[in-house]
Design a protein around this ligand. Structure first.
Ligand code: NAD
Length: 267
């Protein structure tokens, strides 16, 4: 394991979830100290505990400006500086997410709540973290978008729109704060098989497998490797980009899977 992040301090939001917990583990393994910040204290503690005093679990709500500010200030008080922000939380409320459907059917309150967490929450992270990063000489922000932000889907219009906006937010932050030595990039996972996803959408694995180019599915650790790279000085010339990490799921023609099946049936 490389140690590219020695002496760096990071915040990972949604740090108690599948991807966030893997990122927290990876950043610590590379030498960083990490605040594992999540809406649910129990999952933040579960992710942070195995990392000992290199990780601090914090409860916060990405949709609440005061809560985001308090979380960032507490991170800086505890570890003394701030170098890396991984904005990664996303609305997961099982009563609300299923109501994120189509333009016609979505309740407007659900649209607003999803944008508050997924999009405004990322803006707030940047708003309160950047001044601390600038004071320390610079920093790296990595925003978790999604392939759902680059192409339409049959449901989840608010989720997809929030992810598209994150790609735009990333370019604005990179442009406006680049000369202060702040780099800002977004990552766009395709389907990543977290435990939660395998349970909630049975059969999804087989469908997605037809459309990816790599032999294996991506895991949270694959995402964590990309975040660690973008956070490190090895990525010092990369900013404002959106990097898809999805087994080539969006690089080919839409008819790829059908054509492949057709050709295989002829053999
Ligand atoms: N798993 C995938 O296939 C996939 C694909 C593309 C993008 N993503 C994105 O990756 C990120 C992480 O996803 P995951 O798969 O680890 O999901 P997850 O549900 O395991 O993690 C999300 C975390 O965000 C936290 N959270 C929810 N609302 C919050 C709030 N208001 N304030 C603070 N924290 C809050 C949840 O408690 C949870 O721990 C999300 O942004 C998601 O949209 C995931």
């Amino acid at each position: 394991m490389m140690t590219r992040l020695v002496d760096r301090v990071a915040i990972v939001t949604g740090g108690g979830g599948g991807i966030g917990a893997a990122v927290a583990r990876r950043l610590v393994a590379e030498g960083a100290r990490v605040v594992v910040a999540d809406l649910f204290e129990a999952v933040a503690v579960r992710a942070a505990e195995p990392l000992g005093d290199k990780a601090l679990p914090l409860q916060f709500d990405a949709a609440d400006p005061q809560s985001v500010k308090a979380m960032v200030d507490r991170a800086v008080d505890h570890f003394g500086r701030l170098d890396i922000l991984h904005n990664n939380a996303a609305m997961t409320d099982p009563d609300k997410s299923p109501q994120d459907t189509t333009a016609v059917d979505i309740p407007i309150g659900i649209w607003r709540e999803i944008l508050d967490v997924n999009l405004t929450g990322y803006l707030l992270g940047c708003k309160y973290a950047i001044p601390h990063m600038v004071a320390g000489g610079g920093g790296a922000i990595i925003n978790t978008a999604s392939n759902s932000g680059s192409a339409g889907d049959l449901a989840r219009i608010a989720y997809g729109s929030s992810k598209a906006a994150i790609i735009g937010l990333t370019k604005y932050v990179a442009t406006q704060h680049g000369r202060q030595n702040i780099r800002c990039n977004s990552i766009a996972p395709g389907v990543v098989l977290t435990e939660a996803l395998e349970k909630t959408v049975p059969g999804l694995k087989e469908i997605i497998q037809r459309h990816i180019l790599t032999p294996e599915f991506g895991t949270p650790d694959d995402i964590a490797g990309l975040v660690a790279f973008l956070a490190s000085d090895e990525a010092r010339y990369i900013t404002g980009e959106n990097i898809s990490i999805s087994g080539g799921g969006l690089v080919h023609q839409p008819h790829y899977a059908d054509l492949l099946a057709f050709m295989q049936a002829k053999d």
